[in-house]
Design a protein around this ligand. Structure first.
Ligand SMILES: NC(=[NH2+])NCCC[C@H](N)C(=O)O
Length: 632
């Protein structure tokens, strides 16, 4: 049988008989996998403007309406604006990585899909599994946050109609929230109508929200110029907590930039993904960053940072100027922002489920596409019902850290994936056994000396055909010196990327291990720093894979400053991940262990790549051609 295992360190091909046990964890799928194309595709209806609407809507939320008050008071002071700028730059690094992968691998599944192509099935499964934390648990948390804001329009939570008000169930000791559940079901209903309809609803809600933010900036600016801005002392009045405070603030407000990644999960529904995905992601992030900084500048200019209300910083600032009516406008902004953020959380989840089901890691039920609406209807309904049930019964706010783990893990693996796809892109073409029946008849047996009467199965035909090709003396001769050099380059690059990740893990762990003796922390930071520096230098000197997978020429977006930019991105996201604290990590590890069990008992044995035969890329064309003819 043929399993070409000259994978140079990372590109370990081989599913099927070649890789058993742990091998399944490192099998990678092809960018444009044959089995992906076999599935029904989603409707391509989104334009760049729709993507900007989805991105801005999913990103603006509680972060800017609530979080900035506490960060200004306790971490950054008036330099909150700088915290927001630094967090925006950090998020921008991830956005660059997403933009490149979104147009190189434009299929639903976002970070899960990229990781499967670049790193392997095991990590991809964990990323997909942790995205459930980000999207489904995130949606429940956002929905619970809407109720108190909505209640303000009714004059307080006590005046909410009883079918919407929160009730305590004394027998179970829990507070149920029908309003949160109803909102999630409403969003699910919208999403079931179709992607164009959902994106239109998202754009309308987001426009209202952006108008409210412009109102805050303009009306606040007017108030400031009319009655005078708060005077801070020039020396340390603007930086009361120094640079440390600014960075600590950045780590917290980074949350307010989460959400732009939702755009990449719609890749399969975009009319011109290569052009529109990078535009959508970068424009959405830029708009959010500018709006956030202006809102922050106005708020700390209107009210001294130490007097800001930690729960309602913006509306309280306007109330303090006697503009009570503005509270309603700002609350409308908060409600629409949270609603859009909810939609942005529920939208990607079914698409990630669909991508996982297409790869066989989840039951095929999740990859069903509804003929009329051309959306993954069943998984949308499952996601909505599950998130609504969670929001109804549980106050998931304690799980907020878990939501960030999902996001940051995805951001980190996407940056690692950019390095891998640039230096060691997958070079095997996996053909799932399920497709071999269709390929089989097209392949003729090349041996000729096998007993005439023996029936040869399609799998055997492909094995034999490829074996014959691989073993052919001409092909062996073709292994030129260049190919050997290419192999060494790939091997060196693969090991260097691994060392870079280890270096970053050592630095970030040592930096946040406050319980550790200082000297030990310094030593480990030093070791990690040397590893990081050496690997960056080596990567900067190694040639990137610019032949088969050259990208710039094809008009797509290429992440600039590789390897520096993805390395910085991995460093920042790993630091934020480790900084989430032990409690969060304990909860996450329980979730991950459940994921491992699901993978071991279902995904591993149902993966589409399980019986895939890995054929070197040299034969890819022949197989793709026969595929195309046969499927046509
Ligand atoms: N997909 C998500 N993780 N959504 C949550 C987005 C949170 C949003 N950035 C906020 O400030 O509230």
């Amino acid at each position: 049988m043929i399993v070409k295992d000259d994978n140079c360190g990372v590109s370990f091909g081989g599913g099927g008989r070649g890789l058993r046990g742990f091998g399944s964890l490192i099998r990678r799928k092809q960018v444009d996998s044959v089995h992906n194309r076999r599935h029904a595709q989603l409707a391509r209806k989104l334009s760049a403007v729709d993507l900007v609407g989805i991105g801005v809507g999913a990103t603006i939320g509680a972060g800017v309406y609530i979080l900035i008050g506490t960060v200004a008071r306790e971490q950054a002071g008036p330099a909150l604006v700088l915290s927001l700028l630094f967090a925006g730059i950090a998020a921008g690094l991830s956005a660059f990585c997403y933009a490149e992968l979104a147009c190189r691998c434009p299929s639903a599944g976002s970070a899960y899909h990229y990781t499967y192509i670049c790193i392997g099935e095991g990590v991809a499964w964990l990323v997909g599994w942790s995205l459930i934390l980000e999207y489904t648990i995130g949606a429940s948390a956002v929905a619970r946050g809407i109720t108190p804001n909505l209640a303000l329009f009714f004059g307080g939570e006590n005046n909410l109609p009883s079918f919407l008000a929160r009730h305590t169930l004394p027998a179970l000791g829990i507070v149920v929230d029908p309003c949160a559940a109803a909102l999630i079901l409403l969003v699910t209903l919208l999403l079931c109508l179709g992607i164009k309809e959902s994106s239109m609803a998202q754009s309308i809600v987001t426009t209202v929200n952006v108008c409210v933010m412009l109102f805050i900036i303009l009306a606040g600016g007017y108030l400031g110029f009319k009655s005078g801005w708060v005077g801070y002392e020039l020396s340390n009045g603007y930086f009361p907590y120094g640079m440390n405070g600014i960075f600590a603030g950045s780590a917290i407000v980074f949350f307010s930039y989460i959400g732009f990644d939702s755009v990449s999960s719609t890749a399969e529904e975009v009319k011109n993904p290569q052009r529109d995905l990078p535009i959508g992601i970068s424009t959405a992030l830029t708009i959010c960053c500018i709006l956030y900084m202006l809102v922050a500048a106005v708020i700390v200019g209107l009210v001294p940072y130490y007097e800001l209300n930690p729960d309602t910083p913006i509306s309280s600032a306007f109330s303090s100027y006697g503009m009570e009516w503005a509270v309603y406008i700002i609350t409308t902004g908060a409600v629409t922002a949270l609603f859009a953020s909810l939609l942005g959380s529920v939208l990607p989840q079914p698409r990630v489920f669909m991508a996982m089901a297409r790869d066989g890691l989840l039951p095929p039920f999740f990859s069903d596409i509804h003929k009329g609406t051309q959306i993954p209807l069943k998984s949308t309904i499952v996601t909505g019902v599950f998130a609504a049930t969670l929001a109804f019964f549980m106050d998931v706010s304690q799980l907020a850290g878990m939501v960030s783990v999902g996001t940051l893990l995805a951001f980190t693996t996407v940056a690692v994936s950019v390095l891998i796809i640039r230096y060691v892109p997958p070079d095997e073409v996996p053909i799932p056994s399920s497709l071999l029946t269709s390929v089989g008849p097209l392949l003729t047996h090349s041996g000729g000396d096998i007993g005439e009467d023996r029936a040869i199965s399609p799998v055997e035909q492909l094995h034999d055909k490829s074996e014959a090709l691989l073993g052919h003396p001409l092909i062996i001769k073709e292994q030129t010196k260049d190919e050997q050099n290419e192999k060494s380059r790939r091997k060196l690059a693969a090991w260097t990327i691994a060392l870079l990740c280890i270096g970053i893990l050592v630095i970030t762990s040592a930096a946040s291990a406050e319980w550790c003796p200082r000297i030990l922390r310094f030593t480990f930071c030093g070791i990690g720093g040397i590893l990081l520096l050496c690997s960056i230098i080596i990567l900067a000197c190694i040639k990137q894979d610019d032949t088969r997978h050259s990208f710039g020429h094809s008009g797509g977006f290429a992440c600039p400053f590789v390897p520096f930019l993805p390395a910085a991105c991995i460093l920042i996201n790993t630091y934020l991940l480790i900084d989430l604290g032990v409690d969060t990590w304990l909860r996450v590890s329980i979730w991950m262990w459940i994921g491992v069990l699901v993978y071991v008992f279902y995904g591993r044995t149902h993966s589409s790549l399980l019986h895939a035969i890995y054929v070197p890329s040299a034969y890819a064309d022949e197989i793709h051609r026969s595929q195309a003819i046969h499927l046509a």
